[in-house]
Design a protein around this ligand. Structure first.
Ligand code: GTP
Ligand code: MG
Length: 314
């Protein structure tokens, strides 16, 4: 039995192996993903993002348990940002999901931001696909809302939850306007701490600035993840958002956009690979870069030349 079949039959070790293939951008991974595609499209993808230490992992842990009470199968992908200063994953295994680890209805994977040839968002999209084919009903992705690839990953989700906490500063500088727009549900976690009122008010003010009539109005919820408060309401809100997405036709739109992005990104990668392989040796590339640097040529001219040669050789 091949790896794809094993994944479809619920073999967890096959899932782990396949994800490792994907992370290494192996040729095998592409072939297996082909075989899995027909069995995807079932999962509800939920993004959880917010500043470091806001309680995202704790919240996801509780949310996953809450979904387990409804017998939903849960995939969790934690993106560990690795700092250029520390040179490694800072978060490591801080994810607090130890007792979920032994639940056969839960699959947890953490991914470092380093070493993905095709980029972290590509790799994450593939892992989502694998967990979807594996039969997970909800796939929760944790990111720290910071860099470009994190925002890209967050936009992969059908439902995006932005997590804040009280007392991060005088105002909500941590959530930037750009990322506010992708929030479908706002959570003030650590509501047991002082300043939750103020954080909520500030969020409300920012949301009113950008709300448009007729559209989904993002709710603001309070939670105390560490003591499991507000988790059922959060789960309910997520489900209401998903129904709204479905009934408004926005789910189809979202899936269309995502599929188009995926298609174009694979196309880009493959085409570049093909052209480079047939037209550009390492030393040729070096020569071109040097001539551009010396201002004897420019990048546009060089790219056109290569594409012309590539087309002529077909
Ligand atoms: N007081 C309080 N502490 C909490 C709450 N939720 C989480 N914590 C604590 O906050 C700390 C950080 O929680 P995490 O869940 O690791 O936060 P995170 O957002 O995943 O952190 P990073 O992944 O490092 O960005 C832990 O010590 C938690 O126990 C809460 O509602 N109230
Ligand atoms: Mg975390």
């Amino acid at each position: 039995m091949d790896l794809a079949e094993k994944v479809l039959q619920g073999d967890r070790r096959a899932v782990a192996r396949l994800i490792t293939e994907v992370e290494n951008s192996g040729k095998l991974a592409g072939d297996i993903l082909k075989a899995l595609h027909g069995r995807t499209g079932h999962a509800h993808i939920i993004g959880v993002t917010g500043p470091p230490g806001a309680g995202k992992s704790t919240l996801i842990d509780r949310l996953a348990k809450s979904y387990r009470l409804l017998n939903k199968k849960i995939g969790i992908i934690a993106i560990d940002p690795s700092s250029p200063f520390t040179g490694g994953a800072i978060l490591g295994d801080r994810i607090r999901m130890s007792d979920l680890n032994t639940d056969p209805g839960v699959y947890i994977r953490s991914m470092g931001t380093r070493g993905h040839l095709g980029g972290l968002s590509r790799a994450t999209a593939d892992v989502v696909k694998i967990l979807d084919a594996f039969g997970m009903d909800k796939i929760i992705i944790e990111t720290v809302g910071a860099g470009q690839s994190e925002v890209e990953i967050a936009s992969m989700a059908h439902t995006t939850i932005l997590v804040e906490m009280p007392g991060l500063g005088d105002d909500i500088q941590t959530i930037k306007a750009g990322i506010m727009e992708i929030g479908d549900i706002f959570v003030v976690n650590k509501a047991d701490r002082q300043g939750a009122d103020r954080t909520e008010l500030e969020l409300r003010a920012m949301l009113e600035l950008q709300s448009e009539p007729g559209l989904w109005v993002p709710p603001i919820l309070r939670t105390v993840a560490s003591s499991n408060e507000g988790i059922t309401s959060l789960r309910d809100s997520i489900e209401i958002h998903y129904s709204h997405l479905t009934s408004s036709g926005n789910l189809d739109k979202h899936n269309y956009i995502r599929t188009k992005q995926e298609f174009l990104s694979i196309m880009r990668e493959e085409l570049i690979g093909l052209v480079i392989q047939s037209e550009l040796s390492e030393s040729q590339l070096d020569g071109i870069i040097m001539s551009i640097l010396k201002r004897e040529s420019d990048p546009h001219t060089e790219v056109s030349r290569i594409i012309q040669r590539f087309s002529a050789n077909r």
